[in-house]
Design a protein around this ligand. Structure first.
Ligand SMILES: C[S@@+](CC[C@H](N)C(=O)[O-])C[C@H]1O[C@@H](n2cnc3c(N)ncnc32)[C@H](O)[C@@H]1O
Length: 343
């Protein structure tokens, strides 16, 4: 059996994936060092990049050669030799651009790869501390999620789920539990100018990043961000809406307590909106194009002591707490499950 040579397309698939690993690794190094933003503002030689970003010149030269080979950067025709600017792909790796999450995700993957071989043997699940272990990756979490999902909020979530507008158009308080850097609340406050936001997140870096962005965007007066556990809920007026985005699966073992508290905190007519990736009933369906990333994500969640949720699990937990539920499937496989407190 094993003497047969492998089918050529299987080997080329692996080789192409290997090039992808190298490309995204170079992308992550460039993002972490702030190179793409630097050379977009001012095309620069490797020596200038090294001086501006505090890098070793020889490493900067090697990175530049590789990034040029992988077409992440290109030479500026108007500049001296080796004056580099971002290529079209490099532009997508700048702050706030949609390639950024791919690069940061690669940095996180590299960290998990260092941990997984021994965890696979020991069965240990160290928890969310793993995310904070890598000092270079942790500060990028908020920006990664904002760049990855901010556009989706505007283009897919708000048009498909009327609850956000129904609860916030006339003003009122929206709470976001596990809010990351508050990008979701900032997006809602821009859309609903009479609403106010209150976010809680356990990671200090997220709250610091979010507070700075809220101030820069002129939203600081309408947005409060607190660092801490999401329970007990922060004292406030009764919120019109409580949201959890990619956060419920982090606290799933405390779901009954959490959802009971949310039910008691919302006034009649209030709603909770839970946006989560939808784990399928049959994981074999994840072989479909565009779905494989979710399978890797659930392995990364396992390391953190979590697992992704099936929509029926979220609906069941909300119904047990007294909510009536409505679920909207989003393009790409996420869902928003809305729970309404009618009495
Ligand atoms: C996948 S991130 C999602 C962040 C944000 N909601 C978003 O959509 O970008 C999950 C967030 O939940 C936060 N989190 C997890 N457990 C928490 C807890 N017990 N209390 C407060 N925040 C928590 C983490 O710090 C992290 O920022």
């Amino acid at each position: 059996m094993h003497s047969q040579s492998p089918p050529p397309d299987a080997l080329s698939r692996l080789r192409a994936a290997g090039e992808g690993v190298h490309l995204l690794s170079l992308a992550w190094i460039g993002v972490e060092a702030g190179i793409f933003d630097l050379i977009a503002a001012q095309p620069s030689t490797p020596e200038q990049i090294a001086a501006a970003r505090g890098l070793d010149p020889a490493y900067a030269q090697r990175w530049a050669e590789a990034a040029l080979a992988f077409a992440l950067v290109e030479e500026d025709p108007a500049g001296p030799p080796w004056a580099l600017r971002p290529s079209a792909a490099g532009e997508l790796l700048r702050a706030g651009q949609p390639g950024l999450p791919l690069a940061v995700g690669t940095g996180l993957t590299a960290h998990l790869l260092g941990r997984l071989p021994s965890l696979m043997r020991s069965g240990d699940r160290p928890g969310e501390v793993v995310l904070g272990e890598h000092p270079a990756v942790a500060p990028f979490f908020g920006a990664m999620l904002e760049a990855g999902f901010g556009g989706m909020l505007r283009q897919a979530v708000l048009p498909a789920v009327p609850t956000y507008a129904q609860q916030l158009e006339d003003g009122g308080l929206v709470m976001d539990l596990g809010c990351g850097n508050g990008w979701f609340l900032r997006g809602l406050l821009r859309r609903f100018p009479r609403a106010r936001g209150l976010g809680v997140d356990g990671m200090a870096a997220n709250i610091a990043d979010g507070a700075a962005r809220a101030a820069a965007e002129g939203l600081a007066e309408r947005l409060q961000l607190h660092q801490g556990d999401l329970l007990p809920l922060p004292a406030s007026e009764p919120p019109a809406l409580i949201c959890l985005n990619r956060a419920l699966h982090h606290v799933w073992d405390r779901r009954d307590e959490l959802l009971d508290v949310i039910f008691a905190t919302l006034a009649p007519g209030g709603a909770v909106a839970i946006w989560e990736p939808a784990w399928p009933a049959d994981p074999r369906s994840l072989a479909a194009p565009g779905r494989r990333g979710l399978a890797w994500n659930n392995l990364a969640e396992h390391v953190q002591g979590n697992h992704l949720l099936r929509p029926e699990q979220i609906e069941g937990a909300l119904q047990r707490a007294g909510f009536s539920t409505e679920t909207t499937a989003l393009p790409g496989g996420d869902v928003v499950v809305v729970g309404r407190r009618s009495t």
